[in-house]
Write a protein that binds this ligand. Sequence first.
Ligand code: 5GP
Length: 120
Amino acid sequence: ALKDTGAPTIFDKIVKKEIPCTSVYEDDKCLAFKDISPQAPVHIVLIPKERDGLTQLSKAEERHKDILGHLLYVAQLVAKQQGLDEGFRIVINDGAQGCQSVYHLHIHIIGGRMMKWPPG
Ligand code: 5GP
């Protein structure tokens, strides 16, 4: 739960291929890759390639509506591609109390085991 400084994040380096990732989906607008610290058998991080000020969901502006819709659509494509036919969870952590650690908006796609509700 770090603070947003507006500085480039590790995800920019992943997009630029300056650091490696295990990519599972890519199109012109977004990239999905395996989380380095998986919390379930399937744990994918889906990001917009261009952050465009979208450090976190609560910074969303009118211009972000298309990419936000696209990301949500792609999230379920990725879930299907990952074989999560019995269900899955998507999570967007926002800010300090949301336990956000990377300030480049991202959707977690988590599955392959029974989830708990409510989350901790
Ligand atoms: P947040 O805590 O901000 O919602 O999620 C950030 C996620 O990115 C964490 O689950 C963390 O494990 C993952 N992550 C952080 N750095 C890297 C990295 O360099 N590579 C990959 N694949 N995942 C990362």
